[in-house]
Design a protein around this ligand. Structure first.
Ligand code: HEC
Ligand code: HEC
Ligand code: HEC
Ligand code: HEC
Ligand code: HEC
Ligand code: HEC
Ligand code: HEC
Ligand code: HEC
Ligand code: HEC
Ligand code: HEC
Length: 306
């Protein structure tokens, strides 16, 4: 059929051709537009209402009462198409006595088509999903949520955090078992405090705006600043320049076991004279932060010693 139209279209483009071919082409194009419009806006008469679905799918319909999507009906004066908002018009399916091929089987859609079905309503809350690492890897809405079997108390998730995430992120599971870690397993924090799995503008799905530190300083307000004397890397390169966010062997989640080595990545070699030379070996034996206590910034000392 497509080929036929293409053929006609090509002929129509040839100069000096009979008006009949041109007419045929125009008629074909008109017909195609009509088909496309029909697909975009289904016939209201093909929607039969969730009460009819309930006659055969009693278990699902009964469980649906406390589903957040039951609110869809309220938005249409209690008569809105609830089941069919996701599964599409159900008339053909019902008329056939339950032929599964005549209804949108969401469990059989490709991840992309499934996501688009959900985003039809949820694009406002999750506008960045389609370009998130999850969507790109084929992890779809129903990898984490289940409309009918999810936890209705907790955002319809298939499992609660962090177990949900650990099913696929084994490396992170190991990190949160390190001796020093953010207490995610203990329930004090959630993965979603720092990440928005539905996609953000930052790498690693991190929650934040322009300021990379914001995700950390949301809770650690004391290091947020601004300070009279800023320690450049805290602002410019962010907290992860010195800290590991998930878990570490090192105290204070530092990403190096020795503080001197951490500091000397950027400050080596220190001037031999002056304060660092008073006590031979002080810079290696005495941790830098013994003196430089206000390492995230200070309002009193340019050298962050108070
Ligand atoms: C006359 C009884 C009947 C009514 C009414 C009915 N269904 Fe079904 N439906 C069935 C039967 C039977 C099956 C199982 C078909 C199969 O397994 O091959 C089915 C299958 C389905 C499936 C596919 C299940 C799968 O395996 O993926 C969906 C989705 C579905 N129905 C949704 C609906 C919705 C939405 C409505 C209301 C618009 C509805 N049904 C109304 C009988 C019915
Ligand atoms: C918010 C979207 C949404 C709504 C509303 C919805 N469903 Fe579903 N339905 C799904 C998805 C997605 C699946 C695929 C399985 C899953 O994710 O739980 C599904 C699966 C099914 C199945 C296949 C059986 C199964 O568990 O796989 C049936 C039957 C069904 N739905 C019937 C209904 C009926 C009846 C209603 C109304 C009471 C309804 N659905 C409302 C999204 C929806
Ligand atoms: C027809 C519009 C529509 C479609 C399609 C739709 N949703 Fe919803 N969804 C809603 C509405 C409305 C709510 C209730 C929001 C509220 O409580 O204000 C909701 C709630 C939710 C919630 C729970 C939010 C909470 O705070 O508890 C999740 C999770 C969700 N939807 C996931 C999905 C998934 C996954 C799909 C695709 C399978 C989907 N939705 C398809 C309209 C829709
Ligand atoms: C990788 C897992 C994952 C995927 C994929 C995913 N979600 Fe979620 N979703 C979550 C988690 C976890 C939460 C709870 C966030 C929280 O508690 O802060 C959530 C919450 C929600 C909420 C409640 C509003 C909110 O932001 O708290 C809605 C609505 C929702 N998801 C819809 C969707 C839709 C639609 C898709 C697909 C386009 C999707 N989700 C894909 C894990 C996922
Ligand atoms: C305290 C905030 C925070 C929490 C809580 C958190 N993350 Fe992260 N996560 C980050 C930061 C920051 C990065 C980026 C690390 C970097 O840039 O080196 C990251 C990176 C990641 C990455 C990318 C790979 C990697 O390890 O660098 C994955 C995957 C990830 N996190 C998953 C998770 C999971 C799963 C959980 C919950 C079990 C979780 N995160 C909890 C802050 C957090
Ligand atoms: C069904 C498997 C699956 C589940 C469940 C899942 N993820 Fe993912 N996640 C992936 C895949 C696949 C990727 C993309 C490939 C990669 O970077 O590892 C990804 C990517 C990420 C990234 C970005 C990593 C980067 O390099 O940019 C973060 C952060 C992340 N996931 C966090 C989470 C969190 C938090 C949860 C739980 C709420 C979760 N994921 C649940 C499979 C999953
Ligand atoms: C230049 C390296 C560096 C950067 C960048 C950095 N920190 Fe630190 N941070 C440290 C060191 C060193 C310690 C250990 C201080 C101590 O033990 O007295 C520490 C300790 C901490 C502590 C433990 C509590 C405390 O105050 O002693 C928290 C919380 C913390 N940092 C949060 C952050 C946050 C949030 C950021 C980003 C805004 C950040 N850090 C950026 C080096 C850094
Ligand atoms: C949702 C709140 C929250 C966010 C966001 C957060 N933290 Fe924390 N952080 C905590 C809590 C609570 C503790 C104390 C846990 C405890 O008592 O063991 C902590 C502890 C720490 C410690 C001290 C660890 C120790 O045991 O010595 C450091 C360092 C730290 N966080 C750095 C960061 C960095 C870097 C980020 C951003 C990647 C960040 N935090 C994001 C809540 C948060
Ligand atoms: C990622 C690189 C980096 C790391 C790691 C780092 N710093 Fe800095 N630090 C800087 C930069 C850049 C400046 C600003 C230098 C300037 O303005 O001349 C600075 C400034 C300072 C200053 C003030 C110097 C002055 O002349 O005002 C002190 C003191 C200092 N850092 C101590 C430390 C200590 C102690 C550590 C380890 C806990 C550390 N720094 C880790 C990059 C770093
Ligand atoms: C015994 C206390 C003490 C220790 C330990 C110490 N500092 Fe200092 N440091 C100071 C004081 C005090 C100043 C300010 C000197 C001044 O104002 O002239 C200073 C100044 C600095 C400066 C800025 C001036 C310069 O010499 O470049 C840097 C950078 C610095 N320290 C880094 C470090 C690093 C890195 C370590 C650990 C390897 C460290 N300090 C260990 C007390 C100490």
């Amino acid at each position: 059929m497509k080929r036929f139209f293409l053929y006609i279209a090509l002929i129509a483009l040839l100069p000096g051709l009979s008006t009949r071919a041109g007419f045929l082409y125009a008629a074909g194009a008109k017909q195609q537009t009509a088909v496309a419009q029909k697909a975009a806006a289904p016939n209201p008469a093909d929607f039969i209402g969730s009460d009819v679905c309930a006659t055969c799918h009693a278990d699902i319909a009964k469980k649906f009462g406390d589903n957040p999507h039951a609110k869809l009906a309220l938005r249409h004066n209690g008569t809105g198409a609830t089941c069919e908002s996701c599964h599409g018009p159900g008339k053909a399916h019902v008329d056939s006595g339950g032929d599964a091929t005549k209804i949108k089987q969401l469990s059989k859609l490709s991840p992309k088509d499934l996501d688009e079905t959900c985003l039809g309503c949820h694009a406002g809350t999750h506008p960045n999903f389609l370009r998130s690492p999850h969507a790109k890897a084929g992890v779809s809405c129903t990898s984490c949520h289940s409309v009918h079997a999810g936890d209705t108390e907790a955002k319809l998730l298939k499992a609660s955090q962090p177990q949900l995430c650990y099913q696929c992120h084994a490396d992170q599971k190991a990190q949160f078992n390190m001796p020093i870690h953010h207490k995610v397993n203990e329930g004090l924090l959630k993965c979603s405090d720092c990440h928005d799995v539905h996609g953000t503008f930052l790498a690693n799905n991190l929650r934040s705006t322009e300021d990379q530190n914001q995700v950390c300083t949301k809770c650690h307000t004391d290091v947020r600043g601004p300070f009279v004397f800023e320690h450049a890397p805290v602002r410019a390169e962010g907290c992860v320049t010195c800290h590991t966010p998930h878990g570490s062997q090192n105290p204070r989640l530092l990403n190096m076991p020795s503080i001197a080595t951490l500091c000397n990545q950027c400050h080596s070699p220190l001037s031999a004279g002056g304060v660092h030379g008073l006590d031979p070996g002080s810079t290696t034996v005495t941790p830098c932060i013994t003196c430089h206590t206000m390492i995230h910034g200070s309002n009193a000392s340019q050298a962050f010693v108070r």
